[in-house]
Design a protein around this ligand. Sequence first.
Ligand SMILES: Nc1ncnc2c1ncn2[C@@H]1O[C@H](COP(=O)(O)OP(=O)(O)OP(=O)(O)O)[C@@H](O)[C@H]1O
Length: 300
Amino acid sequence: MTTGKPLLAVRNVKLTFGGITAIKDVSFEVEKGEFFAIIGPNGAGKTSMLNVLNGVYKPTSGTVEFEGQPLLGRKPADIARLGIARTFQNLALFEEMTVLDNVVLGRHHFMKAGVLSGMLWFGRARREEYEARRDCMPLIELMGLSDIRNELVRDLPYGVKKRIELARALAMRPKLLLLDEPVAGMNGPETAELASWVLNAKRELDLTIIMIEHDMALVTKVADRVLVLDFGEVICCDKPSVAVNDPRVIRAYIGGTDEKVINQATAGLKEGSASTDTTEKSASDAKKESVSTATSEDAS
Ligand SMILES: Nc1ncnc2c1ncn2[C@@H]1O[C@H](COP(=O)(O)OP(=O)(O)OP(=O)(O)O)[C@@H](O)[C@H]1O
């Protein structure tokens, strides 16, 4: 983690939809290199916040700065060009295209010829497409997708599809990666595996990450800090080990004050922070796998 100016500064952001206030006066900063999580009960304003950060929603008031530059008023594509990429809760891959083609799509906002002529494969588009494919190969290797790069996405398991989506976001060469519930719908081993790929990519590509996630076990394992929202307000912003002990956080999750229920909820929240062994081991395995893949491809 670095000191000095934050990579991202969100100040006094408010967002309303008609009579509904989704975000109320939210402020926080994210340092370069941080793994920052946003959690909170359903309807707390997490997705709305992510949509503000990548320009889909324009807040009613407040400011957002990325590397000292104002983000508000910019279109999502401009924000992507500045270095903020995003994955989605629901898979948004092209099932009838190959793994490589899907990842290359992440490069298209850098290309001048446009997606359609790129697909039709002529003129400048042909050269740009070739360069985009070449640029994506190290990422394909880093994400352990080399062996299946020419397979159709529709034939692949869900966990691999999530990894492809991650690779496509990385193809945008982001400085800040926004992850929207990356392990939603996954079981324990699938979650641990995807977490290892995310941590591997973060380390290798020097990324800063903001992740929305309901899985507290994952949050406590990977996040440096966690912002807890409830009804659009910040109720805690601290290390996961501190957040899971904060009575406001526990109350927000269980919606009551009964001592016995709070103790049970506390135990549940803390479970995730008990050990980091599985994720760290998997991350190191993932790294080894990607390095060995790259080595064997180089040799052939
Ligand atoms: N486009 C919209 N139009 C109207 N209301 C919206 C819109 N988007 C979000 N909201 C409202 O804003 C509030 C916050 O929603 P948001 O989706 O950001 O919460 P969340 O924390 O991401 O919830 P979940 O965990 O269920 O995804 C909710 O009351 C929601 O109904």
